[in-house]
Design a binder for this molecule. Structure first.
Ligand SMILES: *Cc1c(COP(=O)(O)O)cnc(C)c1O
Length: 403
């Protein structure tokens, strides 16, 4: 058994030993890689008994995972108070897919937050609809409107906070409570803050979804996803995921466990640098808005402060006027920011974004911003010295001006 850790211990401390169990990993500090498909049994009786035992942490066959996967899953469960278990997936995107497939069947409806990560929207629109599931999008900032949309056939809601690219901060406890009162399963993509920044299940969520590819991996060298669920939803999540052959590679799980040990430190640095940079950017004449809920005075900051204990260095800036060519000049002029997808690694990234392509309801730019300002750049702030990043942004803003 794992040593009992008092509830008062903070996530940063939990990260250090989470998932370490002597019966799985022996005396080794960080759980080693156990690569396994086949379990060899003593005799037929043992093989037949093994078939009947179907629980996490009992090795049967590689498809049900082995010690390295269990250690990572166990660590993620330990980080989410109120959780009963965690399933792992080979990509972050497989996590919302499996969470949705574990609670929905033909004839059901799922309500999807309009600012969800766009590939999650695609799962809903292009896969779930093919399976006879109805999909409707809703404005996550309108709790009363959401309540009025819930229908007889509504079975689940997919939330995300802050919203993808547009970074709206919604009231997760209020939305979760509203959904639960009507019997809906509450799914939330918690990748932005992660379990150290937002304890989703304690705030009313049933299944907390993470792209481990981002902060947990932390080094831009692996793809993994997870869903951590409460006791009501974990059994069906596990059953459906194993039925559909979902498992994560042990080598990547070992890398993710290594990443997890330093995650709090990396997120602290990334968030602090992002805040410094956001404060600097919001006073620049080239920038119309900085969408970053950790920034005091920015949209959603009060909700972030009420419910979250942390975040990460991912933000979006909206340029003051200009055009797409100017936006691309800005991105291309940056020397210390790579142009690339994904985030959560040690290196800073910049990317031109088009959130208006992935919205049914929410306006772009967000309410309160002059509609003439719409060209957006998503910034991920890595572990570099923020003074160097600011100098780099400064020279790139000069390129933006020289149109
Ligand atoms: C990146 C991301 C995912 C998907 O993760 P992949 O590992 O890239 O498949 C899901 N949700 C959010 C919010 C993400 O940022």
């Amino acid at each position: 058994m794992a040593k009992q850790v008092p509830d008062s211990i903070t996530p940063a401390t939990r990260l250090v030993t989470a998932g370490r169990r002597a019966e799985w990993t022996g005396p080794v500090v960080n759980p080693p890689v156990v690569r396994a498909s086949t379990h060899l049994y003593e005799d037929s009786a043992a093989q037949q008994a093994g078939l009947r035992v179907n629980q996490d942490g009992v090795f049967h066959y590689g498809a049900r995972g082995g010690p390295t996967q269990w250690a990572l899953a166990d660590a993620l469960t330990e980080l989410e108070p109120g959780a009963a278990g965690t399933m792992l997936y080979p990509t972050g995107l497989a996590a919302p897919a499996m969470a949705l497939l574990s609670v929905l069947k033909a004839g059901d409806e799922v309500l999807v937050s309009d600012n969800s990560y766009d590939p999650s929207r695609t799962i809903a629109v292009h896969a779930l609809r093919d399976y006879g599931i109805t999909v409707r999008f809703f404005d996550p900032l309108d709790v009363a409107g959401f309540a009025s949309m819930i229908a007889e056939s509504s079975r689940a809601v997919l939330l995300e906070a802050p919203g993808s690219v547009s970074m709206e901060m919604c009231d997760i406890p209020a939305l979760a409570q509203t959904a639960k009162a009507r019997g809906l399963a509450v799914l939330m993509d918690n990748t932005w803050a992660g379990p150290t920044g937002f304890q989703a299940i304690r705030h009313g969520v049933d299944m907390s979804i993470l792209a481990l590819t981002k902060h947990v991996g932390g080094h831009s060298d692996l793809m993994l996803g997870s869903v951590t669920a409460n006791a009501e939803y974990y059994p069906r999540l596990r059953k459906r995921s194993l039925m559909l052959g979902q498992q994560a590679p042990p080598d990547d799980c070992a890398l993710a466990l290594r990443g997890l040990r330093t995650m709090a430190l990396r997120l602290e640095r990334s968030s602090a640098s992002a805040l410094t940079i956001a404060e600097w950017l919001q006073h620049r004449p080239e920038v119309a808005a900085v969408l970053f809920p950790m920034l005091p005075g920015s949209p959603g900051h009060d909700l972030w402060k009420r419910d979250f204990t942390g975040g990460c260095g991912l933000m979006t800036i909206i340029m003051q006027g200009g055009d797409l060519a100017a936006r691309d000049r800005l991105v291309d002029a940056l020397n210390l920011f790579g142009i690339g997808y994904s985030w959560g690694g040690f290196e800073s990234l910049a990317l031109g974004s088009h959130p208006e392509r992935d919205r049914d309801i929410l306006p772009w730019p967000p309410r309160g911003i002059d509609p003439d300002n719409r060209h957006a750049v998503r910034l991920w702030i890595g572990l570099e010295d923020p003074a160097d990043l600011i100098a780099d942004l400064d020279q790139a803003l000069a390129a933006w001006r020289q149109g």
